[in-house]
Design a binder for this molecule. Structure first.
Ligand SMILES: [Zn+2]
Length: 313
């Protein structure tokens, strides 16, 4: 066997270096793997300060990286079964200063019992990003997935709802009306940032809570794209989720939603399944004052049990 030539030696050295490089890459991939599996949005990046602030009661990220998403032009048809539940106010109705529509105010003890029941029965609230990844990338969802949503941005969100969700490590989406930041009884920008920092999803609900299908094209665009801009200014990352006030939408509204870059939007039409072709008109189930624990469990357990959406949106 002859000694290797200088060229052969150099080739061996290059091969060895390439091998080392591949091993290094593999280590990096393993260390940071799991992203893109549909659950990356929920990975904790909590600082020790945040851990102390929350007494370790939540694994939700202090501020998640929210990627800028886009709707695929021709997504492969895909249907997922994720009941999307809607609440509005969670407050003691008898003590409300300005009375809301009674059916939209759930008593705090009832809301707590509803969330307890979801936890006890093995439901797993998911984030908007998880739903997006499941619809458009086929990402796996946890067992018994459910999306919790709260409309209109009342102070109840931080005073009552957030602590109950955090006690269960649950994520929810809060749809905010952006021109009510200074109105009594509604969240201000600091409180919206608090929800965001707690790992909650922030979605837009227009600027003035107008029925979008009834306003001019210019007003519609301002309400849709404007509310997105307002919220992105507050939270500092893309805001890509939306709820139609009063469930009001038509083809022109959905086209404006596309132009504004929203990728997931909810109506007040009843139903508990979503499809990749209709992600801007997803159905929801209204949980009002008359609902209670048994209704919540019935609606989330059976796709056909709660066909009626209703509620004020
Ligand atoms: Zn509303």
């Amino acid at each position: 066997m002859s000694n290797p030539s200088p060229i052969q030696l150099r080739r061996r050295r290059i091969a060895a270096l390439l091998g080392l490089l591949l091993v290094g890459l593999a280590v990096v991939v393993i260390a940071f793997g799991g992203h893109g599996s549909g659950t990356s949005g929920e990975k904790s990046v909590r600082s020790s300060t945040q851990a102390r602030q929350t007494h370790g009661t939540t694994h939700l990220a202090q501020r998640r990286d929210v990627p800028l998403l886009a709707l695929p032009a021709n997504p492969p048809p895909r249907t997922v079964h994720v009941p999307i539940l809607t609440w509005h106010r969670v407050a003691v109705f008898a003590r409300e200063y300005t009375k809301s529509i009674p059916d939209e105010t759930v008593e705090p003890s009832v809301f707590a019992a509803e969330i307890d029941a979801l936890a006890t029965h093995g439901y797993h609230p998911i984030s908007q990003l998880q739903l997006f990844d499941a619809l458009f990338h086929g990402a796996a969802l946890p067992s018994r997935p459910v999306l919790l949503t709260v409309d209109d941005g009342y102070v109840d969100d931080v005073k009552t709802i957030l602590p109950i969700l955090q006690a269960h490590h649950f994520v929810a989406t809060f749809y905010i009306i952006t021109h009510r930041f200074h109105e009594p009884g509604f969240l201000n920008t600091t409180e919206v940032r608090r929800l965001d920092a707690a790992g909650m999803d922030i979605g837009a609900h227009t600027r003035n809570h107008v029925p979008l299908a009834t306003v001019s094209a210019a007003e519609m665009t301002e309400q849709i794209a404007g509310s997105r801009r307002d919220l992105e200014h507050v939270v500092g990352h893309p805001v890509q989720w939306f709820a139609y006030p009063f469930g009001s939408f038509d083809d022109a509204v959905v086209a404006a939603m596309h132009r504004a870059g929203f990728v997931l939007a909810v109506t007040t039409q009843g139903g508990t399944s979503e499809t990749s072709q209709t992600s801007l008109t997803m159905p929801r189930v209204h949980i009002g004052r008359s609902a209670g624990v048994s209704t919540v469990l019935t609606c989330t357990s059976s796709p056909t049990a709660c066909s009626g959406g209703g509620g004020g949106g």
